[in-house]
Design a protein around this ligand. Structure first.
Ligand code: C2E
Ligand code: MG
Ligand code: MG
Ligand code: MG
Length: 281
């Protein structure tokens, strides 16, 4: 610990560190309970075909309302889940809940509801869990076809054990799922993996998309990602589309899909299904 000559400073530092530990510890304890007690839920945000506006899928995003009624953002609790290993049960829960929801939508639609569901997989979860059997079990438990599911991975998943992740990704493809690289462009800079791994979709990170119309550098990066994807036979989704102008520009540049507040904020399962049936009517 750093000591300061000024009396009192050490104490302030100590108190802060202690608060952080205490806060994280109580989040972890409560999160463990939330997973067991069903206090987590999924929201669903549409991903649209930029050319037609049709909803092609929904990204499942975890939400947690604590016992005190505080709504916590996944930006706050996913890192705690990753550090504590709780991401494994949380991720299993999310996969099962997403499969259950899409099966429910298909039943409501009397067949195929016409949209897939995308589930986020954390790099830590990929290291610690047997992902393909886990996904297979969630599909089987809900009688869902793997083609109804997209799995979103981040580049950080590729760093630790490339051979193991490659095997996992091929096993996931064998289940019929679509594989998307999330937050593309913000992580790992070694692009060699793109030709080796069975990736179907690149999701262009929001940091390049939002503000793009006023920033030529961002446009250059987005164009480069789009031409890379096209050359490699992958599809593209732009994250964080908030305006019509941005959607039109991205469509003109050849981006396939878009996601963002322009189309909809993340919605609960019933509202998401209502939006889907209203749009496809
Ligand atoms: P992500 O996978 O990149 O998800 C997209 C995030 O961008 C979501 O934030 C979404 O609400 C937000 N977003 C979408 N459109 C817009 C827009 O137009 N403008 C702005 N400003 N934001 C937009 P959210 O729900 O807070 O999730 C944050 C991150 O938490 C996700 O980023 C994902 O990495 C992680 N996450 C969420 N649910 C899960 C989960 O079940 N498992 C894992 N492993 N991670 C999850
Ligand atoms: Mg995602
Ligand atoms: Mg993303
Ligand atoms: Mg993102």
């Amino acid at each position: 610990m750093k000591r300061s000559k000024e009396s009192g400073r050490t104490e302030v530092y100590q108190t802060r560190a202690f608060d952080v530990v205490r806060q994280e510890f109580s989040i972890e304890t409560e999160l463990r309970r939330a997973i067991d007690n069903g206090a987590l839920s999924l929201n669903f945000q549409p991903i649209c075909d930029l050319a037609t506006g049709r909803i092609v899928s929904f990204e499942a995003l975890a939400r947690w309302t604590t016992e005190q009624g505080i709504a916590l953002s996944p930006v706050e609790f996913i890192p705690v889940a990753e550090e504590s290993g709780l991401i494994v049960p949380l991720g299993r829960w999310a996969m099962h809940e997403a499969a259950r929801t899409v099966a429910h939508w298909d039943r409501l639609a009397g067949g195929d509801c016409g949209a897939k569901v995308a589930v986020n997989l954390s790099a830590i979860q990929l290291q610690r869990d047997q992902i393909a059997p886990m996904v297979e079990a969630a599909l089987a438990a809900n009688a869902v076809d793997g083609r109804k599911i997209t799995l979103e991975l981040t580049e950080s998943a590729l760093v630790t054990d490339p051979d193991r992740i490659a095997r996992t990704m091929h096993a996931l493809k064998d289940l019929g799922t679509t594989l998307a690289m999330d937050d593309f462009g913000t992580g790992y800079s070694n692009l060699a993996y793109l030709q080796k791994l069975p990736i179907d979709v690149l999701k262009i990170d929001r940091s390049f998309v939002s503000g793009m119309l006023a920033d030529r550098d961002k446009v250059a990066i987005v164009r480069a990602i789009l031409s890379l994807a096209m050359a490699l036979g992958m599809q593209t989704t732009a994250e964080g589309i908030e305006t019509n102008e941005l959607a039109q520009t991205l469509a003109a540049l050849g981006c396939n899909y878009g996601q963002g507040f322009l189309y909809s904020r993340p919605l609960d399962a019933d509202a998401a299904y209502a939006l889907l049936s209203e749009r496809s009517a």
